[in-house]
Structure formats: structure tokens, C-alpha cells
Design a protein around this ligand. Structure first.
Ligand SMILES: NC(=O)c1ccc[n+]([C@@H]2O[C@H](COP(=O)([O-])OP(=O)(O)OC[C@H]3O[C@@H](n4cnc5c(N)ncnc54)[C@H](OP(=O)(O)O)[C@@H]3O)[C@@H](O)[C@H]2O)c1
Length: 431
């Protein structure tokens, strides 16, 4: 077979872009062997041309304006590594697809927001739009859903999808450290960004779950009625309590079909210590897919960082080089469907409840009265007095009840004068 040539433009030379650039230069022969294509990095671009970078890039590769990458006749593939759902990244990806260029991106914000329109455009222009690196870095979950698991009717996808949150929760438990201390350590180690807001408040996982749902259920991206909660409110005491009760706290993204309706939820959970997902620690991501006929499919690996992300980007690039033109969301835009969504209010869970209260007579009976009025019953209760103080912490594991009941119950409890801190609950997830 005749050896072909493909030209690529890399736009964005930050953490990921530079690593990919180096990888492609060093592994040109390897890629040729695997794809029978010679891949040339024809152009690069970033915000600032004059910025000092750790590797030298010859001047003749630099484009004056990043958008030129989408127009140059001698560019076959545009790799977008700018980030963000609007602005430069959006313009570049839309224009590149319009102009018949294949696009590879690691941008979860862009794909979760505009993935439907972009996939329609890619399909119309018969080019690839590849985004393996947008979900769980080096873990090839997108390719698994699109190809390896193609035979299945999937009913649930869930897992640990944010390495920073997982690192923080694992270290709070293993090192007995406070949230803030672990976050500072994570920043020092490069596991958390300087502004880690979207990692900690659940937004990052939300983008990933939106993409995974569309792929797993052959549907359009559906942003309605999603429950999103981060790890900001989990503290060391909750981690200790969960340990005593035989659980670990993990931050999960879950997307599931119930009676053909979609429920998407992102929140911390208590999970039995001995379960598989409880033992996925540090910066690792893990995703579980349940479907028929496969049963349970599990995949795990590093969810972020230049190495893992480059692994996914190169897999996308090689898929294009091998001539695999595929629908970005597995099936044609015109065959994807709208699915109705349900919020979590009718979903049933057991709950871990923590109430910090004044240590006085009658408090416990008031609490149980409010709980029973809201159909929440006690399965297990631990009362920890604060040493030398007139306060106590009451920890309850409840029997199963609807999500809407616990919300109402917490609201009513929070109004009581004997409650000294905002009442807290965490759902207990059974796998
Ligand atoms: N970091 C990770 O571990 C990771 C993992 C998975 C996915 N991702 C995704 O990968 C993408 C890149 O992330 P990153 O960590 O490499 O980001 P980064 O280090 O902040 O790099 C961003 C790059 O984009 C360039 N840029 C910014 N605005 C631009 C504009 N208006 N026009 C042209 N170039 C512009 C910057 O140029 P200058 O260098 O000149 O400032 C920089 O080179 C994001 O979508 C991110 O979500 C990252």
C-alpha cells in the first residue's frame, strides 16, 4: 500500500499541546509503522508567539493567526488544545469542520456544550471530530463505547471522573488531613490547578457525564434536571465517620436509564469499603458500564496530565490516519434521539446524616420526630459528644427513602435552634 502524507496543525501549546508536539516529533516513525501514514506537524499556534517555551519550535511552523489553521489548504487535521467552550476554541473547531478539516480536541467544555451541532457539521463534511481526551484522559472510554461495546444496550455508566477530587478524598482519608491541607498539597504536586473550582464543585464531571450519556444511550446531549454537587462540603469528620460505618466517600458521576428516562447526577457518595470503586484512589479515574449482553465493563487509568491526555490524542489522530471516518457520537446525528429526563427527587437512597447539635435533653426525640414525619427512619445512630463542650454530633444511617424526603427533612431540621451547623447528608450508593 502506498505511503500517504498527512499534515497536522496544533493550536494551543500549553501543558498538553507542547507534550503532544514533542511526542509526535519523537514518534514519527512509530506512527508511520502503525498507520502507514507520514504525519507532518505543518503548523502550530498559540496566544503568544513570543512566549518562552521549554522546547524550540522553528519559526516557519508558526501561524500568524490561530484561525489560519482552519483555512490552510495544506492542513488535514486540526488539533485544538486551547480550552474553554467559547472564544478561540469554539471558532477554531467550527471553522475547521466547515472547511473540511478533521478535528481532534481534548476540550470537554466545548464538546459538552456544542457537541450536537459540531457532530452534525462533521458528518455533513465527512470529516472526523474526535474527543477521546475530553473524558478521563488516558482511559479510552469513548472508543470503548463507540466500538468495543457497540453490541450492547447500555443502561448505566458511572464512575470516578475527576482525578483532583479523588486525590483529595483519598488523601483526606489516608493521611487524616483536612480538605484545605490536601488541596494545597495537590496544587504543589500539580494535581490541582491554581483555580480548581470546576474540579471541586462538580462542573468538570458534569461535562464528562453529558458526553458519556450521549454516547452510551445514542441520544443528544441533555442538560436538563442534572443534580450537581462537588466535594467542597465533605470534611474530615465525615470521612472518619464513614470509615467507622464501613464505607468510603467517593465523588461519582452517574448516568442511568430508569423506565427509559435519563437520570444524570454528580455528587459525593458513601460506598462500601470493599467494593471495587472504593479502592480506586489518588488521581485515578474509573468508569463502569452496565449493559446487555456484556454485563459489567470496568476501565481504569490516569484521568489527566500531559502523558495520559497525549495517549488519547494520539489514538484519535491515528484513527484518522487509518481512515476510520466515524460518527463523532457513535451513530449518525439523524439517528440520535431525544430522551426525557428525570431529576433525582424520586430516586431512593439510604443516607448518611450528620447533625451537629446542642447537647441537651429532648433534642434526639425532636430529630427523630422530624425524620419520621418525612418518612426517614433510622437504621443506625452514633452520638459523639464534643469533649468539654455542650455540643454533640449525631451521625445517622437511614433506611431507604426518596431523595425529596431527605431534602425536606434537612430543610426542616436546619430551622431548629438546637442545630448548630448546617445539617448534612450524603447518599449511600449500592453497587
Ligand atoms: N491539563 C490536563 O491535564 C488536561 C487533561 C485533559 C484535557 N485537557 C484539556 O486540554 C486543553 C488544553 O489544556 P492545557 O492544560 O494544555 O491548557 P493550557 O496549559 O492553559 O494551554 C492553553 C494553550 O492555549 C493557548 N491559547 C489560549 N488562548 C488562545 C487564543 N485566543 N488563541 C490561540 N491560542 C490560545 C495558550 O497560548 P499561550 O501558551 O501563548 O498562552 C496555551 O498555549 C483544554 O481543553 C483542557 O480542558 C487538559
Amino acid at each position: 500500500m502506498k505511503n500517504k502524507n498527512y499534515n497536522i496543525a496544533i493550536v494551543g501549546l500549553g501543558n498538553i499541546g507542547l507534550y503532544l508536539y514533542e511526542y509526535l516529533i519523537k514518534n514519527k516513525k512509530k506512527i508511520n509503522k502503525k498507520t502507514n501514514v507520514t504525519l507532518n506537524i505543518k503548523y502550530v499556534s498559540a496566544k503568544s508567539r513570543s512566549k518562552k517555551r521549554r522546547i524550540k519550535i522553528s519559526k516557519n511552523k508558526w501561524l500568524k493567526n490561530y484561525l489560519q489553521a482552519s483555512k490552510m489548504k495544506d492542513v488535514d487535521i486540526v488539533v485544538e488544545l486551547i480550552g474553554g467552550s467559547e472564544g478561540a476554541a469554539k471558532k477554531l473547531v467550527f471553522n475547521s469542520l466547515k472547511n473540511g478539516k478533521h478535528v481532534v480536541t481534548a476540550n470537554k467544555s466545548l464538546i459538552s456544550k456544542y457537541g450536537d451541532q459540531l457532530s452534525k457539521l462533521a458528518e455533513k463534511n465527512k470529516v472526523n471530530l474526535e474527543f477521546e481526551a475530553a473524558v478521563a484522559g488516558g482511559v479510552p472510554i469513548i472508543r470503548s463505547l463507540k466500538e468495543g461495546l457497540l453490541a450492547n444496550k447500555i443502561n448505566k455508566v458511572y464512575g470516578i471522573l475527576n482525578g483532583t477530587s479523588n486525590y483529595i478524598l483519598s488523601n483526606m482519608r489516608n493521611m487524616n488531613m483536612d480538605f484545605k491541607m490536601v488541596l494545597d498539597k495537590a496544587k504543589k504536586m500539580g494535581y490541582a490547578e491554581n483555580n480548581p473550582a470546576s474540579d471541586l464543585n462538580g462542573d468538570d464531571v458534569k461535562s464528562k457525564i453529558l458526553i458519556l450519556s450521549a454516547l452510551a444511550f445514542n441520544s443528544f446531549i441533555n442538560k436538563k434536571k442534572i443534580e450537581v454537587e462537588g466535594i467542597n462540603n465533605v470534611d474530615r469528620i465525615d470521612i472518619k465517620n464513614s470509615e467507622i460505618l464501613g464505607y468510603k466517600i467517593k465523588h461519582l458521576g452517574v448516568s442511568e436509564l430508569e423506565n427509559d428516562k435519563l437520570i444524570q447526577r454528580i455528587h459525593p457518595c458513601l460506598i462500601k469499603k470493599e467494593s471495587y470503586i472504593s479502592n480506586v484512589n489518588d488521581v485515578f479515574n474509573a468508569i463502569i458500564v452496565e449493559g446487555k449482553p456484556v454485563g459489567k465493563f470496568v476501565i481504569q487509568g490516569e484521568g489527566a496530565g500531559p502523558g495520559a491526555t497525549t495517549s488519547a490524542l494520539v489514538s484519535d489522530i491515528c484513527s484518522i490516519l487509518r481512515g476510520n471516518i466515524k460518527f463523532p457520537f457513535s451513530i449518525s446525528y439523524f439517528n440520535r434521539k431525544k430522551i426525557d429526563t428525570l431529576d433525582v427527587s424520586n430516586k431512593i437512597f439510604s443516607y448518611y446524616i450528620r447533625l451537629d447539635v446542642l447537647d441537651k435533653k429532648g433534642v434526639l426525640s425532636s430529630i427523630t420526630k422530624i425524620m419520621s414525619k418525612n418518612k426517614i427512619s433510622v437504621k443506625r445512630l452514633i452520638q459523639n459528644p464534643f469533649k468539654g463542650k455542650k455540643f454533640a454530633s449525631i451521625v445517622i444511617v437511614s433506611h431507604k427513602s426518596k431523595n425529596r424526603n431527605i431534602i425536606r427533612c434537612m430543610r426542616q431540621l436546619s430551622r431548629k435552634s438546637f442545630i448548630i451547623n448546617k445539617p448534612k447528608f450524603i447518599r449511600i450508593e449500592e453497587f
